[in-house]
Ligand binder design. Structure first.
Ligand code: SAM
Ligand code: SF4
Ligand code: SF4
Length: 343
């Protein structure tokens, strides 16, 4: 960590930066992009790779040492390996990862590895093609499985599979997904369905809680052991009786805001300090207007030091919880969408 690493009002450092490289996606997962139409970011506003690299340098000078490329679907961004190569050369970047839906992964995996990408997380909610079609509203399941199969042969280790676990949708596949993960090999992380912007069909009845997941998996496998706290990592990890592991991200029922060290940069340079934040900071305009490294640093420092966000904890306190943001508001401000700010 740099000597002048910054902390927010709750003394949380800024270590983890998620960079959304595009708001476009080739799937329409019902928990993320359920609507028929979307308002897209204007192309002229998208940060160039040089701009992303410059901002990353500023963030790194203040404590960021982990970067995750995301979207939208990051592999829809042309020449992504070029950006990977610019970022992977930065001394001090401990971890460079990407979250993808896997559809285009097999085509790009070699180039990404050669460019220095460290780890890959692939989202996979079901092993059943018919379910995948209905959940993602696209016919891409075979391509996703091919993408997942391509990761280990390309030389990646530490691969993860992210599954949004939903009641009545895929809750009968928890053990099947863990078994599939062993074959990849990849650690499966079950994510509770969150009422983030974009999740306009969210209802608490569809949330499969961490407690229920553990109960079902205990019924299937026998006693499950919690593993030691991983600090700011969102997933709590558990071991099955045979020692193999899986994770649960319980953002909805047991949020981990108290240790949250992550923030998000959208493809057009808006910086959000919480997944639930309704306001972000425009870093693109100062950058394009010629702000110096020190000026950008001061801007980011001021905002982070004022950070009080605990979005998921605040949501938990709400009674009669409904989807977070109405569709009309999302259409008027696409920055509020999960697929824009990067999951
Ligand atoms: N398109 C890529 C993908 O799906 O992996 C990257 C972006 S996507 C927004 C990142 C992650 O957010 C995915 O693992 C997805 O499952 C998760 N996600 C999206 N909407 C969610 C929701 N309402 N609740 C929980 N997780 C969600
Ligand atoms: Fe699904 Fe990811 Fe696309 Fe959202 S951004 S619709 S989670 S593939
Ligand atoms: Fe961090 Fe906000 Fe998520 Fe809480 S809700 S863990 S503060 S991003």
């Amino acid at each position: 960590m740099p000597a002048d690493a910054i902390v927010d009002r709750y003394r949380r450092p800024m270590r983890n930066l998620r960079i959304s490289v595009t708001d476009r996606c080739n799937l329409r997962c019902r928990y993320c992009m359920p609507e028929a139409e979307y308002v897209w970011l204007p192309r002229r506003d998208l940060l160039t790779f040089e701009e992303v690299s410059t901002l990353t340098d500023v963030f790194m000078s203040l404590g960021v040492d982990k970067v995750r490329l995301t979207g939208g679907e990051p592999l829809l961004r042309r020449e992504l390996p070029e950006l990977v190569s610019m970022l992977s050369r930065k001394p001090g970047l401990r971890d460079l990862a990407m979250t993808t839906n896997g559809v285009l992964l097999a085509d790009h995996v070699e180039a990404l590895r050669a460019a220095g990408l460290g780890r890959v997380t692939v989202s996979l909610d079901t092993l059943r093609a018919d379910r995948s079609r209905s959940l993602s509203q696209r016919n891409s399941h075979a391509a996703v499985l091919e993408g997942i199969a391509s990761v280990a042969p390309a030389g990646f280790t530490g691969t993860k599979i992210d599954t949004v676990a939903m009641r009545g949708v895929n809750d009968d596949e928890l053990a099947d997904l863990i078994e599939f993960g062993r074959t990849v090999p990849a650690e499966v992380r079950f994510i509770e369905y969150m009422d983030v912007g974009g999740a306009t069909n969210w209802s608490k009845d569809l949330v499969l809680s961490r407690a229920e997941m553990l109960s079902r998996l205990t019924d299937h496998y026998g006693p499950i052991t919690p593993l030691a706290d991983t600090g700011a990592a969102p997933a709590d990890r558990f071991a099955l009786p045979d020692g193999s592991t899986f994770g649960i991200v319980s953002s909805t029922t047991q949020p981990f805001c108290a240790t949250c060290d992550r923030s998000r940069l959208t493809a057009d340079g808006m910086w959000f300090r919480c997944l639930y934040a309704v306001e972000g900071t425009n870093l693109r305009d100062p950058l394009r207007d010629g702000a110096s490294f020190e000026e950008l640093r001061a801007l980011i420092t001021g905002r982070w030091e004022a950070r009080e966000d605990r979005g998921a904890v605040d949501r938990l306190a709400e009674r009669d919880r409904m989807p977070f943001i109405p569709v009309a508001t999302l259409k008027a401000n696409p920055h509020l969408e999960m697929h824009t700010r990067g999951g």
